[in-house]
Design a protein around this ligand. Structure first.
Ligand code: FPP
Length: 248
């Protein structure tokens, strides 16, 4: 570990699971085969996250922009979400995982909404890993919905304009009961945030890897965590200030 590190393990890891399509294409398979392999990868990484005692992981399963994909792929993804949820939720529950969905679920079919609601209800009292699934989510959408909630509270005189500060906005965003992500991982080689956590990733450490999501494994998660543990998180301060605090 670097002598100037302030942390060893991230509490909250946000992941963009990119590269399923390319993984499938390189094997001459349909894109959906890549998504199916992606679900298996996610399952293994959840197991590993439980084992290494991570507090929370949040995966970007479907962005608001993903509706623009061919209808056949969107339909297959929706079916995959339902079947993956139905087949995995009991095991997640057994492992004390608490499942939460963020994003506008009202756009999903009644069947998928039921699976989402049932899985959240079943795992609601669990105290282990927080597994959050961002589905029909985007960072800009999150900020807009927070603005709507705040505006309504001002209109109904519940709060005053002067009460609006960073803490209040944070409180109205998705996952307000979580720390902001410490570590962001994007597989698949692209180096962008793609409208994922915008407000919440102000000080998140960003880790990009060329590995396609279906090939990402527990060892690679450990490497990303190790990389994170070498980072000196300064939150706007100087290195000298951070070192002084650590030595005092
Ligand atoms: C991005 O790869 C991946 C997605 C849009 C879907 C990810 C979803 C899963 C792995 C399933 C998760 C399931 C549950 C129940 C949470 P891409 O298609 O953009 O790949 P490409 O960049 O190679 O084309």
């Amino acid at each position: 570990m670097n002598a100037t590190s302030t942390v060893t393990k991230p509490e909250h890891v946000a992941i963009i699971m990119d590269g399923n399509g390319r993984w499938a294409k390189s094997r001459g398979l349909p894109r959906v085969a890549g998504h199916r392999a992606g679900v298996k990868t996610l399952r293994k990484l959840i197991e590993h996250s439980v084992k290494i005692n991570l507090n929370a992981i949040t995966v970007y399963a479907f962005s608001r922009e993903n509706w623009q994909r061919p209808k056949s792929e969107v339909d297959l993804l929706m079916d995959l979400f339902i079947s993956a949820l139905n087949s995995e939720v009991k095991d997640l529950h057994k492992n004390n995982v608490k499942l939460t969905f963020i994003g506008d679920r009202s756009a999903f079919s009644r069947k998928l909404q039921n699976s989402i609601n049932d899985s959240e209800t079943l795992t609601t009292s669990n105290t282990g890993l927080r597994l959050n699934i961002a589905a029909n989510y985007s960072g800009r959408w999150d900020i807009v919905q927070a603005i709507q909630v705040i505006t309504k509270e001002i209109e109904s005189n519940k709060i005053k304009i002067e009460d609006v500060d960073e803490a209040l906005v944070s409180n109205k965003l998705s996952l307000a009961d979580h720390n902001d992500p410490d570590l962001f991982i994007r597989t698949g080689g692209e180096q962008r945030i793609s409208n994922y956590f915008l407000w919440q990733s102000a000080y998140t450490e960003l880790y990009f890897t060329e590995t396609l999501w279906p090939d990402f494994d527990a060892k690679q998660l450990d490497i990303a965590i190790d990389w994170f543990s070498q980072r000196q998180r300064r939150f706007g301060k100087t290195s000298e200030q951070i070192e002084q605090t650590q030595n005092s």
